[in-house]
Design a protein around this ligand. Structure first.
Ligand code: ATP
Length: 419
């Protein structure tokens, strides 16, 4: 008799090192070595980007194991729990691993919980209650906050998904400069884009993280075949300990809720909202740009921060009255961090100019309150006033997005918008 079990793992790493995907990959390799089957690909599920205790990208992992008999369950659990215990960054105060074992259906309550974990904030108590209700076995290390992510990773529906191949470094190399042949990444991108994406960002390699974590690089794409082909094209100048392909909700916009009114926005939620630009964008020290978006229900301050680089050139050129659809999330300062923008309509803008003389030349001021004088023919216009002249807009209708370096894991790139 076949026995299926879901396993969810989260909150094992800290800014100083480790990674839940790596621990999962070690566990999966060991389970396979012991002769157990994993169904499909392990899942890397990104949760709410504003969750307070996240280390970096708020990712959690789940996978499904197929066993020949229930008698193997205890051995599987031991392998998983031993690895989580031994590899997690337990000494860090904010590392609170949680592991779930579940033998049952992915019931609607689990899916709903996952969507809430992606779109809002959840308590450990709510996760405990759900685990209890569905009869899932939980293992909490320290505060065990990771059970929130573990349950969500297991329950998350994946109607749209992408793939990421993560290649891991030898342990001795953790913390050192990553050795990847950049020309090979350029060639890989030429050959596989847009089946793979976010490989490069201008001149730099976007596949390479900049933290002391075990990841050498991550290649993202539409299919497992595409990311594997790309991986085979990348030349690593340091040995790769192992790699693992994950199916993921990255780049699906699963965090975005389409709403009709600005008033519906809540802190730590991510939205798609249409409105009008209220004021001229302001650039503040550090290069961050702010403006207000308004509709009949209210207004919200919107931001394109410095890391969004050239995307700010688009935002800077918005003017009052422009109609836009914004995609982004409300962070700690109640400001909408823009991830992408669709410009639907440009409001005509005008500047005040001196009138044109009958001879065709633009007139000059004849002095305060004295009207205008033509510099060519000398004609005077005593009671003339300035005229409105249409301003050229250096902006086109359509979609614009932040560069890969500033992109949220969940954010759908324009290249995937028809998916
Ligand atoms: P990495 O991506 O590098 O593995 P991380 O950014 O995923 O790290 P974690 O160490 O997993 O960060 O910590 C995130 C913690 O927040 C976990 O304990 C997880 O259960 C919890 N969490 C995730 N989503 C939510 C949410 N929506 N509400 C409350 N807590 C959440």
């Amino acid at each position: 008799m076949m026995y299926e079990m879901y396993i969810g793992i989260d909150d094992t790493d800290s800014p100083e090192g480790m990674c839940t995907t790596y621990i999962s990959s070690v566990i999966i390799d060991q389970l396979k070595y012991c002769g157990y089957d994993i169904e499909g690909y392990p899942r890397l599920i990104r949760l709410n980007p504003f969750a307070r205790f996240k280390t970096r990208g708020n990712g959690a992992v789940s996978f499904k194991i197929i066993l020949d008999s229930p008698s193997q369950v205890e051995n599987v659990k031991k392998i998983v729990l031993d690895k989580v215990k031994n590899l997690s960054m337990m000494e860090n105060e904010n590392t609170n691993p949680g592991v779930i074992f579940y033998h049952g259906e992915i019931v609607p309550e689990l899916k709903y919980f996952a969507l809430r974990a992606i779109r809002s904030i959840i308590t450990i108590k709510e996760a405990l209650d759900l685990a209890h209700d569905i009869g899932a076995e939980i293992h909490q290390f320290k505060k065990g906050r990771g059970i929130i992510g573990s349950l969500a990773a297991m329950g998350c529906p994946l109607e749209d998904s992408t793939f990421e191949l993560l290649a891991y470094r030898m342990r001795d190399n953790y913390g050192t400069k990553r050795q990847i042949d950049s020309d090979s990444v350029v060639k890989m991108n030429e050959k596989t884009y847009p089946q793979t994406f976010d490989n490069l960002d201008g001149g730099y390699m976007a596949i390479e993280p900049h933290t002391p974590c075990p990841i050498l690089y991550g290649i993202r794409g539409e299919s497992s075949e595409a990311v594997l082909e790309a991986h085979n094209l990348v030349k690593s100048l340091e040995p790769i300990e192992r790699y693992c392909i994950f199916e993921t909700n990255q780049h699906t916009d699963m965090h975005i809720q389409k709403i009709e009114k600005i008033q519906e926005m809540e802190q730590f939620g991510c939205y798609q909202i249409q409105g009008k630009v209220k004021d001229e964008p302001r650039v503040i020290e550090g290069g961050h740009i702010f403006f207000y978006l308004e509709d009949d229900s209210g207004e919200v301050e919107c931001a394109a921060y410095e890391p969004t680089k050239e995307f700010r050139n688009v935002v800077k050129q918005l003017r009052p009255g422009d109609e836009v659809v914004l995609y982004g999330g409300i962070g700690t300062h109640q400001t909408l961090n823009i991830e992408k923008i669709e410009i639907k309509k440009l409001e005509p803008q005008y500047e005040e100019k001196n009138p044109i003389c009958d001879c065709g030349k633009r007139m000059k001021s004849a002095g305060a309150g004295k009207g205008f004088k033509c510099p060519k023919c000398g004609s005077l216009l005593r009671d003339g006033s300035k005229v409105l002249s249409p301003l050229e807009r250096d902006l086109e209708l359509g979609f614009y997005e932040v560069p890969p370096s500033a992109r949220r894991h969940l954010s759908k790139q324009l290249v995937r918008m028809d998916k």
